[in-house]
Design a protein around this ligand. Structure first.
Ligand code: UFG
Length: 341
């Protein structure tokens, strides 16, 4: 069962799960996604996943839905609110959505004999790592969260850890994503933010296609080689494939540990300016941009040491940044063809 399977990462993961032979059921309340995503998934894989429109904060409704699917063996939890800025303005929305959903699922899993849960976490739990901890491993210190959103990810991880340590009859894999970007190479599914995008790539592609006038680069006076912030941008299909490996690992009992944590990144740090120039080279399209002041709360630089995932999961991020940016551009063009502005 993929909770939040019509969202950006959830839809790409559903495709990879189906390609690997899994039968997928999506539970999603469509609060930040569109039911037409199911058509895209079907066009890519030839299989339409079962879909239940459901608010996962409603435990009784979730229980009823699981009663209809007694064969669910594993859960992947994507369903969550994820906008950092909004979480500062509306903390209770974030605590309710992100925490109640997880607690409900953890309480229901033993009732239905669900064997494991893969949880979407974030490199936000590391905050700004100290220099000596870059690239960050899973053992880098967890820093105090800088937003309610980030705090929910830390609390979610603790809830899972405490529940497993209490002897709960299931396993968990916690995946800490760096910056997922790009779209499926078919351009049938991709990221579809509501309103003005807050994240770099949708803002950049909307600028390149003329929906936005120019991209603001938030700061060029950071202590980095070109002064702009550094992130580890990971292709969303690569990221999706890691979930399949994690699910296999849990269900086939390949791990000696009931809970495991993996960083999912490329291992390469890329600055905002480098990324813009790579996009321009890959697509041949110019991106108008201007340097503006720093964005409050931004991390200066963070990128992954993904060795644990490489060695233990046998998973590596494969796509190049240029191809990934091209996929984001092709998706933006597809949205234009469909009349989505
Ligand atoms: N940026 C710009 N202009 C924009 C948008 C972003 O210059 O219009 C810059 C940011 O300053 C940052 C980089 O592009 O340096 C990436 O910004 P994003 O907003 O795309 O991503 P963040 O790294 O800030 O945040 C993302 C997710 C969070 C997650 C976090 C983990 O949005 O959900 O990674 O660090 F928590």
């Amino acid at each position: 069962m993929v909770a939040g399977g019509t969202g950006y990462i959830g839809s790409h993961t559903t495709v990879e799960l189906q390609n690997a032979g899994y039968e997928v059921i999506i539970f999603d309340d469509l609060s930040n996604s569109n039911v037409e995503v199911l058509d895209g998934i079907e066009r890519i894989t030839g299989v339409r996943p079962d879909f239940v429109k459901l608010d996962l904060k409603d435990k009784e409704a979730t229980r009823k839905a699981l009663e209809n699917y007694p064969d669910v063996k594993g859960i992947i939890l994507f369903a969550a609110s994820k906008a950092v800025g909004e979480s500062v303005r509306m903390p209770l929305k974030y605590y309710r959505n992100n925490i109640v959903t997880l607690i409900n699922l953890l309480e229901l899993m033993p009732e239905f004999g669900v064997e494991g849960i893969v949880f979407s976490s974030s490199c936000t739990v590391y905050g700004q790592p100290d220099r000596e901890n870059l690239p960050v491993t899973e053992n880098a210190p967890i820093k105090p969260a800088t937003s309610p959103y980030g705090n929910t990810k830390q609390i979610n991880e603790e809830i899972i850890r405490d529940t497993i340590h209490s002897g709960a009859p299931f396993k968990s894999v916690i995946l800490r994503y760096f910056n997922p970007i790009g779209a499926h190479p078919s351009a049938e599914i991709g990221e579809l933010p509501n309103g003005v995008p807050q994240n770099l790539i949708p803002y950049l592609t909307q600028t390149a296609i003329g929906i936005r006038k120019e991209l603001s680069v938030f700061g060029d006076d950071y202590n980095t080689p070109d002064g702009s912030c550094i992130r580890d941008y990971i292709n969303v299909v690569d990221l999706a494939k890691a979930h399949v490996v994690a699910m296999d690992r849990m269900l086939e009992n390949k791990s000696d540990y009931p809970i495991e944590i993996f960083n999912l990144g490329t291992g390469k740090g890329v600055s905002v300016l480098e990324l813009i120039h790579t996009f321009e080279r890959a697509t041949g399209v110019k991106v108008p941009y201007k340097i503006v002041g720093r964005r409050e709360g931004d991390i200066e630089q963070v990128w992954a040491n993904p060795e644990r995932a490489n060695k233990v999961l046998g998973w590596t991020a494969k796509e190049s940044l240029a191809d990934t940016l091209l996929s984001a551009w092709n998706w933006q063009k597809r949205l234009r063809e469909r009349g989505v502005q």
